[in-house]
Design a protein around this ligand. Structure first.
Ligand code: UDP
Length: 405
């Protein structure tokens, strides 16, 4: 029987757990990796996250907590954009192997995150036949089908198909993602396990609404909240149009968290649209907000709106619910598994601003209803508490390591 602790390499070529969240390419996956590595470490599993150097000021190795580290690996210049990383994978893999060898590191398995990392692990496994668990976080084919204006390369789609068919085990974060893997990529169903994303239930917890608002300098108005990377796929434009339908409501405010306040092309587009819709006075762009402070925003809001075209999981909805704030979300992807219509919020089946506005109006007009949905919100996501989710992942690792030893 195996007695030594498990040792896992989490490979995330482009998503460093230490990166600033809410910018163009940083969001749920970075949060996930940070939390997963820390939780595994707490359980006595060694978890090293291998990621590309993205800031020359960073040390190569950063301790995250007991048994958990980030290891920065050089590949190309530090400011390379995500779309230019593919040709750098051989260099990443060589440098990762060199680091492993010079530090005497052996791993029981590789867990790759996103298709680029899945490719990196396939290259690595030319040298080492170590079990490969693959997570995708988003699937190119699913994005394109959800919003045809999204452009994804054939290379990405082909790579995803190859990884899904070669990996020893696949983690899907929702039932919806599992079905996409099977329907769009012919992934072998018996290799897929659905394990949801975790939520940090300590960081995201109910706080006094009045105090949260005072901290943020928000007065006594009704407040809607959007949080996330400010990208068309997240549907912020639809939300502005919904708010334009609610102009008659005195003092209604929409806070948009995420994206750079200045110089961000998507934010500038939204500012322009707000002007055209004559709702500038109702909308504020808060820029990127750190997770600890984000909890104040969720608590200050009456409703959190998630109007995305596509979410494999959708952490923002789960975080808002953990704070006791109802969510009105598009009825897409993993959001359908977190938000239950009429229980902790509403799911909107169409991309019509009027449909969103109608539900927002309903909740803002009815404190009793809003409070009733909010009261059920936190318990509805209790199953996503990180220790519970990390246990499921650790069990999966354990059974794979056992099978291969
Ligand atoms: N986030 C943050 N600060 C911001 C904007 C977003 O910390 O200014 C975090 C948010 O709390 C969530 C993540 O970024 O944990 C977004 O995850 P989600 O799954 O909703 O979207 P993704 O980025 O994965 O598409």
């Amino acid at each position: 029987m195996r007695t030594e602790p498990l040792s896992i390499a989490l490979v995330s070529v482009h998503g460093c757990p230490l990166a600033r969240l809410g910018e163009r390419d940083t969001g749920g996956m970075n949060v996930y990796l940070l939390q997963l590595a820390k939780e595994l470490g707490e359980k006595g599993i060694r978890a090293d996250v291998f990621t590309r150097y993205h800031d020359p000021k960073d040390p190569q190795v950063v301790e995250l907590g007991p048994n958990a580290r980030v290891i920065h690996i050089e590949a190309g210049s530090w400011h390379e954009a995500k779309n230019d990383i593919y040709p750098l994978l051989p260099e990443f893999v060589d440098n990762m192997v060199r680091f492993q060898e010079s530090n005497g590191l052996d791993y029981d398995l590789y867990h790759s995150h996103y298709w680029l990392s899945g490719q990196a692990v396939s290259m690595l496994n030319g040298d080492y036949a170590i079990p490969h668990v693959a997570s995708f976080h988003t699937l190119g084919e699913a994005k394109v089908r959800a919003r045809p204006a999204e452009i994804e390369s054939d290379l990405r789609i082909r790579s995803e198909r190859a990884i899904l068919n070669q990996a020893d085990q696949i983690v899907a974060v929702s039932e919806h993602e599992r079905l996409n893997m099977i329907d769009y990529y012919d992934a072998p169903p018996d290799k897929i396990r659905v394990i949801p994303c975790g939520v940090d239930m300590d960081t995201f917890r109910p706080l006094d609404k009045g105090e949260s608002r005072r901290e943020l300098g928000i007065g006594d108005s009704k407040v809607l909240l959007f949080v996330g990377r400010v990208q068309p796929l997240k549907g912020p434009e639809l939300l502005l149009r919904a708010v334009a339908n609610l102009k008659k409501r005195e003092g209604l405010r929409l806070l948009i968290v995420g994206g750079d306040e200045e110089g961000d092309a998507e934010i500038n587009k939204l500012r322009k649209l707000a002007q055209e819709l004559d709702i500038t006075r109702m909308v504020s762009f808060e820029g990127v907000v750190q997770q600890k402070r984000l909890s104040l925003y969720y608590n200050a809001a009456d409703v959190c709106i998630v109007p995305s075209y596509y979410e494999s999981f959708g952490l923002v909805a789960a975080e808002a619910l953990a704070c006791g704030t109802p969510v009105i979300a598009a009825r897409v992807g993993g959001l359908r598994e977190t938000v239950t219509d009429g229980v902790n919020g509403y799911l909107i089946p169409s991309r019509s601003p009027e449909a969103f506005a109608e539900r927002i109006d309903l909740l803002l007009d009815n404190d009793y209803l809003c409070n009733a949905l909010g009261a059920r919100a936190r318990t509805s996501v209790q199953r996503l508490d990180w220790p519970i989710v990390a246990d499921q992942i650790a069990t999966l690792y354990g059974s794979l390591a056992l099978a291969s030893s």
